[in-house]
Design a protein around this ligand. Structure first.
Ligand code: PLP
Length: 482
């Protein structure tokens, strides 16, 4: 703690922590001896930008100054270099960079959700390296619209009349409500008033959109008659939101989307269906995984009838962050006329990545997308890789096992889904599992695993096979020698 010199104290009394004349002068000497910021920054990691090195050096010197004024000894020059280097390192780690996801959560929201395919990455490069026809109509040689780019593919894939791509699904829901329901009432089941990721809450989105929320039913059970009884002359729409990050089990009831669509239509009202995860179809290539059996698919939602269906691009669609709205021509046209639509428009890189991702579905090859390749890998193939990895750790002071477990989709999709997998269970001999996990995070690139009691758990399902060796090296380093 830094305490002001005592001269100004009322009554001239010395306060706790104040200093004698002698310590004051020796402190002044010590402060004078602290190195110049430039001299210190010159010692730091050559590759870092100069401005960051100077900033780290300045903070290190300031910290040393505070310590001296606090009565502690000044650090040596070597120590200061270490301190500044570690500050610089910390600062650089605040920047966005790759990590290895060994959590087994396929769409880990904190780790960037779906990885992009090689085709998507190439498409991003191609439109970003130079200019593109982002808003240029090549058939007429005139100004075009960015909203046209993925629309055709999306309508072909989903069977909807029209499509609109925006920044994320939160924006898609807000636009759908604002475009079709502002000033009117929107009926929604109390079982669907969800919160996603702390910021996106249906009641708040409703308020923002200018619509009035009309809750019906109860948390666990809502019936068709609840919706019927709530319909009135102010009703603009019925909204259905898929509870995508939790499950209500036990004594439950909800109304299927097709019945809500029919009810809305009979009364000349809108039906909006936020399906969330963007699973296009439960059939992925040749397989229909059991753990997807309860997740609504976009194509099915379109068939069931809705003015608008909304979903994310980076959940079970396996593409970039985007909010996708498909629906009737008329409803989508109304959203296109919202004057602030621009505030949610996507950039060319996301559109390029989305187009390439959708093309994999058009070709009938979704299983080639990284998301589905990881999700559909057999537990045995993950186990084989885990055993391989375990064999490289035989010299490490830890108990290593390959056990059965489950991966999950996460990221607001298929709640409760359990995909059988194999786990590498690493129980360090004399270090805490937390400490090993911290060392894995400090590795370059960082490896994010799970902690279960005394063990660090690595699920290779979400690790790209070419990264297995990196995970192995990080573990060897983190565990040290026997
Ligand atoms: C994930 C999700 C959202 C929000 O989507 P983002 O793309 O993350 O903005 C909205 N509604 C549902 C049902 C979701 O699952």
């Amino acid at each position: 703690m830094y305490v002001q010199p005592a001269q100004g104290c009322p009554g001239g009394q010395l306060q706790l922590g104040s200093m004698s004349k002698q310590t004051e002068s020796s402190q002044a000497d010590q402060l004078r001896l602290l190195p110049q910021v430039d001299r210190l920054s010159a010692e730091l990691d050559g590759a870092a930008p100069h401005a960051l090195k100077v900033q780290a050096a300045r903070r290190a010197v300031a910290g040393a100054g505070a310590a001296v004024r606090d009565g502690r000894p000044a650090p040596s020059f070597e120590d200061l270099v270490q301190i500044a280097q570690s500050l610089l390192h910390k600062q650089q780690r605040l920047g966005l960079g790759p990590v290895i996801n060994a959590t087994g959560v396929l769409l880990h929201t904190n780790l960037g959700r779906a990885p992009l395919s090689a085709d998507a990455l190439e498409a991003v490069q191609e439109v970003s390296r130079g200019y593109s026809n982002l808003e240029f109509d090549l058939t007429r040689g005139k100004r075009g619209s960015r909203y046209e780019h993925c629309a055709g593919t999306l309508t072909t894939l989903t069977g909807a009349g029209a499509a609109l791509v925006v920044n994320n699904n939160a924006a898609a829901v807000l636009l759908a409500l604002a475009g079709l329901c502002a000033g009117g009432e929107v009926i929604i089941s109390r079982g669907e008033l969800i919160e996603i990721g702390g910021e996106f809450r249906i009641p708040e989105i409703m308020t923002q959109s200018g619509a009035v929320m009309r809750e019906v039913g109860t948390t666990n059970r809502t019936h068709l008659r609840d919706y019927e009884n709530a319909l009135n002359e102010n009703t603009a729409a019925i909204l259905r939101v898929h509870p995508s990050n939790y499950e209500v089990t036990g004594f439950t009831a909800s109304v299927p989307a097709w019945e809500l669509a029919k009810l809305a239509k009979r009364h000349g009202r809108r039906f909006i269906n936020d399906v969330g995860s963007g699973l296009l179809s439960r059939q992925i290539g040749a397989v229909a995984p059991a753990w997807l059996s309860k997740e609504p698919s976009v194509t099915h939602a379109v068939k069931e009838g809705a003015d608008l269906v909304t979903f994310s691009g980076d959940k079970l669609l396996g593409g970039p962050q985007a909010g996708i709205i498909v629906g009737t021509l008329e409803a989508v046209a109304r959203l296109r006329r919202i004057p602030w639509l621009r505030t949610f428009r996507t950039d060319k890189t996301a559109l390029a990545a989305l187009d390439a991702t959708l093309t994999a579905y058009l070709r009938g090859e979704p299983e080639l997308l990284p998301l589905w390749r990881m999700a559909l890998a057999s537990a045995e193939s993950v186990a084989e890789r885990a055993r391989q990895l375990a064999s490289t750790l035989s010299q490490s002071p830890a108990e290593i096992q390959v056990t059965e477990g489950s991966s999950t989709t996460g990221g607001g999709s298929a709640p409760g889904s359990r995909i059988p997998t194999a786990l590498l269970r690493v129980e360090p001999a004399d270090t805490g599992s937390r400490q090993i996990a911290d060392r894995l995070l400090a590795h370059d690139p960082p490896v994010v695993g799970r902690i279960e009691d005394a063990a660090v758990i690595v699920d290779l399902r979400t690790v790209q096979p070419h990264e297995d060796a990196v995970v192995g090296a990080a573990l060897v380093e983190a565990l040290g020698e026997r």
